[in-house]
Design a protein around this ligand. Sequence first.
Ligand code: ADP
Ligand code: MG
Length: 694
Amino acid sequence: MSKWQQALFAPRRVAIVGASATPGKAGHLFLSNLLKPEAGFSGEVVAIHPTATELLGAPSFPSVLLAPQPLDLAVVVTPPATVPNLIDQCAKAHVPVAVVITGGFAEAGEDGEALQRELLDVAAAGGVRIVGPNCFGVANTATGLNASLSLGLPTKGGVSLITQSGAYGMAAYSRSLETGIGFAKIVALGNKSDIDEADLLDYFAQDAETHVVAMLLEAIGDGRKLFEAIAASPKPVVVLKTGRSTGAQRAAASHTAALSGDTAVTLAALRQSGAYIAEDGLTLLDVAAALTRQPPLRGRRIGVITNSGGTGVELTDLLEARGLIVPALSPGLQAKIATALPAHGSAINPIDVTTEWARFAIMYETALLSLLHSEEVDAVAPVLLQRSALMPEVTDAVIGACKRAQSDGVNKPVHVCWVAPQGAEANREKLLKAGIPCHAWPAATATNLAATSVRKPQLRHKVTGTHAIPAPLEVNADGWLFSNDVFRLLQEAELPVAPWAVVATTDEAVKAAEKIDYPVVLKAERPGLVHKSDVGAVRTNLLDRAAVVTTFRDFCDKFGPGSALIQKQAAPGTELVVGARRDNSFGAVVMAGLGGVWIEALGDVSLRLAPIDASEALSMFEELKGLKVLKGSRGRKPVDLRDFAQLVARLSCWFCAAPWLGELDINPIIADGAAFTIVDARLRLLPVQKQESV
Ligand code: ADP
Ligand code: MG
């Protein structure tokens, strides 16, 4: 564990720089939060104030340089202009880490940005690590440290929260009181000028009190670093990403650019990293808490037990809408459960115990135990609704069944769907204490259960044995390579390119056609001509010399004089797309999906950070809505997915070995079973200033 990590969470002595005895000031709030007896902070608190000798009972000094040593943590709340100098003093006093609460830095325009740079320079020169600026603070329930704006310390537990926004730092406290979510550490990163999520994940990996990390991200700085850190985390990481891209809209000159925008890449990278993904803040905290209480969901089959047929059906709908299934149980298992049910009950799944409340306890217990012990479901969601929620013996039966199954070695999640009056509160608390999550109403139950589906980081493939590929010398004004270079490079990469030639006259065209052999395809090449088939610049099925000559002349009439690309015509098949580009934050990204004319209408593609190996490429195809088309629906020959995966993986490695390449768009590559032919491809150089930073 590094020095700043220890100092940030378990400081022996903390200084509030800018402390105040005046209520309403930040310097007062931070000082009093740290001194609150109920927090029970185990370290010592000192105030830094120009004149005071004591504030709220804490000793006060005019500067960190005059405070007692060692000083592990400085919390800075003074006006922005004073901060760089104060951090310099921290450096001289050997303070390893400072939390800068003060706003007015990079978030506040150009002057603020300059001030933030100054702050960082001073900090880096003096060896002080920075949390913030413009942040909510830090809390650690184990040491009673509340160096934050929070109203109080949340209850102790296994969730550590990293939040960019202070709002969820605040919410942690109230959620812990309302729903019993226990927290270990809370860190708000604000502007993330220095310490970021990846640095904290590294610490949480070793922190015994942290079992699950919840992370609220607004902006992502170094996406690749974050991706690597989540993938390396030995503990589950639940992420909520808020905010749309504010970057300039990329001109959609290629399908790859249009379909791999910032939000799509971020989500793909988070999934690939193995993060659990939440779509809202409440779910973020609830899923994190659920993962501290229950194992993740290792399959899709859910058993539902309910005392309301209607709610059972509603929950089933909502689970299935989220990709889970509520399977009909086998006759054997039904018979076993039916022994406990009244004649008009249903043991099919959802299991309806009916309103026969006198027997609720035994019916819930039998059904729950049978489901947990069976091989037919991966999780159970008992609905406790009104009367069943109010009856303590039902709560006890659910808890008892879970315990028994657990002692029999069953390790399946149980999540209660809680639809109850206020009077049932004590029962809910009992369930939570026993480690059984209670989600309010069916929608939250389905959302939470689905979000705990087990995630495994996809191990990334290392590029080995590839030498850097040299960049061609000539490109057009927008940085696109000429087609001769495009097809030559792809061919050198051992990718299956249709035999081609670039021709400038009818004579050359005829000669090339004869060499390539008919049927051929002719495509007009003119500067700025991008979507060729839209304007009639692609003619397929040219069967002889005459057709080639006529078509070449037609192109000259229509588009003015110029050259043409001549290609061997590929056998008909399924048109696929493969692309890649370099994202500013995440680096190389690869894309694959259904191509040809469908791409604009469907945009059915899947993304991964590159490079990838063939097994990961295979997992990309599973995400496509058009997977059935690839597998050969309605008499179509199936695409050999293993071969296609090899091809996508090879292409991703090749792209990574060509750091000068900004964008690659192959559309289509035509698949005829296991035969693949690239018939259209575009490559663009990375702008020079970006090439330097790759
Ligand atoms: P663009 O994308 O600029 O419109 P393409 O070169 O992709 O032009 O051609 C458009 C369509 O023509 C392709 O999607 C494919 O259906 C067909 N096509 C193009 N070249 C060939 C070829 N060599 N063999 C078979 N079909 C082709
Ligand atoms: Mg095309």
